[in-house]
Write a protein that binds this ligand. Structure first.
Ligand SMILES: [Fe+2]
Ligand SMILES: [Fe+2]
Length: 197
């Protein structure tokens, strides 16, 4: 597998793992007798905001999508749809943050709208990644040259931007922290217990 596709697939796996954990914990928090650790939700949403929304998607736009659009004009409508989803994702993440604020302020009420917001976002993002893996990558394999893949691989590895390298290191730490904070069986943290209110 070429380096660019390997990195993209690994990034999708990290994003999927956090989305899966967020969804699972949001449903646990739907039980009003369990007060969730809101800091865990906040760390997960921050990760999604900082990583896919601000780092992963811009790299796709600027390198993979740009080169594929130039080599395979028939892919332009698909790439425009996916670019529009990158923009929409930023708005959806703000909606998710607002739903979390509202849930924390209103706990034990308002878990329903928060769960709906989490499910919507996770499903939106899952479909988006699936289209990239099932439609963009196969088209890119057919159309791109070795030089394209080298340039995209460098960009995805963060080599084109030393600041991106630093930020990726921060995000790896944040990811590790999320795993440490999230309650078992999702992470290594203490299980959220039922409390008498
Ligand atoms: Fe994307
Ligand atoms: Fe992606």
């Amino acid at each position: 597998m070429n380096r660019a596709i390997r990195i993209l697939s690994e990034e999708h796996r990290s994003i999927s793992a956090v989305l899966h954990a967020l969804r699972h914990l949001a449903h646990i928090a739907g039980d009003g007798s369990i007060r969730p650790e809101f800091s865990v939700f906040r760390a997960m949403i921050r990760y999604i905001d900082e990583f896919p929304e601000r780092l992963h998607h811009p790299k796709e736009d600027a390198f993979l999508f740009a080169r594929l659009a130039a080599r395979a004009p028939e892919c332009v409508p698909l790439l425009e749809t996916l670019r529009a989803e990158h923009v929409e994702g930023q708005k959806r993440i703000r909606d998710l943050e607002r739903a979390l604020d509202q849930f924390e302020e209103s706990w034990p009420h308002w878990s329903g709208p928060f769960i709906v917001a989490v499910d919507d976002y996770a499903e939106f993002h899952r479909r988006h990644m699936l289209r990239e893996e099932r439609e963009v990558i196969p088209a890119a394999r057919r159309a791109l040259t070795a030089e394209d893949w080298r340039a995209i691989g460098d960009a995805f590895a963060g080599n084109a931007d030393p600041i991106a390298d630093l930020r990726e290191a921060d995000l790896a730490q944040l990811y590790t922290r999320i795993v440490g904070m999230a309650p078992s069986p999702i992470g290594l943290g203490v299980r959220w217990e039922k409390r008498r209110s």
